[in-house]
Design a protein around this ligand. Sequence first.
Ligand code: 5GP
Ligand code: ZN
Length: 112
Amino acid sequence: MLKEDCLFCKIIKGEIPSAKVYEDDKMLVFKDIEPKANVHLLAVPKDHFKLLSEMDGGRAELLAHMLEKIPQIAAENGCGNGFRLVINQGADAGQTVFHLHIHVLGGQELGW
Ligand code: 5GP
Ligand code: ZN
């Protein structure tokens, strides 16, 4: 799929609306449209790449930035008691959107 057709790139550009909770020059965090927990946020890097397996030095730095910011963003959005991060990679994990994203799940006790 072309980057131009990527759903999350369109959300980042504001071409598709989303419920944004945080934005900086490197990342956007918005509410998942089909929440799987009381709080379900998606953190996406503004730089488009598809898979965790495409990680390189620059992208690892970007991911580190995201991981540094997420705890406070999670706490401010109802996950003060804890949260779970999930990155789906590929078909077996059920990845449906091929723009790297971190699921932030919380707002309740999470089972497996
Ligand atoms: P994946 O399964 O690829 O890891 O996760 C993709 C996530 O994107 C799913 O949890 C799905 O509910 C969410 N999603 C799909 N389309 C949209 C959309 O248009 N807006 C928002 N906010 N979330 C979406
Ligand atoms: Zn994209």
